[in-house]
Design a protein around this ligand. Structure first.
Ligand code: BGC
Length: 260
């Protein structure tokens, strides 16, 4: 298998998706396979699905890049909001490596989507502060400064004093569906987060990812005008797995700390 083809995975609160990615172009070179995230999402149950996915895609390469819905530092999960708490403190890279027999590099799922959009999508060649928010079971975030990722920002966990709730329990796509919110009602909730982020970071763009980014045209008119664009992820909900594969390639095949 060519070394520019890497398996990208995106483990989310609802689904586990995977596809082979050409990390030079950011394109998928296989079908995309999706399994439901097991419930409860215990480490063993998730690892078993990941292994099935690797088999189904007949992946023969050595490296897997994986987006994971938690704070991830050096491969270790430091939080768990939409997966089982027993992940906290575990080395996700080792767990998935044992299950698949491959080298696995793990990154926060929203950070992965941000990396993909920065290198192949809507934030390409953006200087200054760019943000991506994934609107799914929770709300994930990626912050990039001059194209460099500031990892594990977790803007979905900002506490909205006025609502007495963290923003992902108030404005995620899952909450929109659960509460039967109209797009206008949902957008007015998201606007609170956009205003807050603008106040603190003055971004030059906010990109929205997750499955619902496909329907962007149906709700964009309800967003507040803050003087910078709010736009859908170009790579839609493939961004996470593309970014995870790209990140793994950068880390393993082209380490930035080369000595010369
Ligand atoms: C998690 C984040 C994750 C986001 C999207 C949040 O609940 O805390 O780490 O990026 O969900 O999956």
């Amino acid at each position: 298998m060519k070394s520019n083809i890497i398996l990208g995975l995106d483990i989310g609160g609802t689904g586990i998706k995977g596809a082979l990615v050409d990390v030079e172009t950011g394109e998928l070179v296989s079908e995309r396979v999706r399994y439901k995230t097991p419930f409860p999402a215990y480490p063993d149950a998730v690892a078993e699905k990941v292994q099935l996915l690797v088999d189904e895609l007949n992946y023969e390469g050595d490296i897997i890049g994986c987006g994971f819905p938690a704070i991830v530092i050096d491969g270790v999960a430091k939080s768990a909001s939409n997966i089982h708490d027993s992940w906290i403190g575990t080395n996700v890279e080792n767990i998935l490596a044992r299950a698949t027999g491959k080298q696995v590099i793990v990154i926060n799922d929203a950070d992965a989507a941000g990396v993909a959009e920065a290198y192949f999508g809507s934030m390409k060649s953006k200087s200054g502060v760019s943000m991506l928010l994934t609107l799914g079971t929770g709300i994930g975030s990626a912050l990039l400064v001059n194209g460099i990722l500031v990892p594990n920002t977790e803007f979905g966990h900002i506490y909205l004093k006025s609502q007495k709730v963290v923003v992902e329990k108030f404005a995620s796509n899952a909450i929109r569906k659960k509460e039967g919110l109209s797009y206008e009602e949902w957008a007015s909730r998201l606007n609170k987060l956009f205003k807050y982020l603008d106040h603190i970071f003055s971004p030059n763009v906010i990109v929205l990812g997750g499955g619902v980014s496909k329907k962007f045209d149906e709700y964009k008119e309800y967003f507040v005008d803050l003087g910078f664009p709010i736009q859908p992820a170009t790579l839609l909900n493939q961004a996470g797995l593309i970014g995870a594969a790209y990140f793994a390639a950068q880390k393993i095949l082209a380490p930035i700390n080369q000595e010369d």
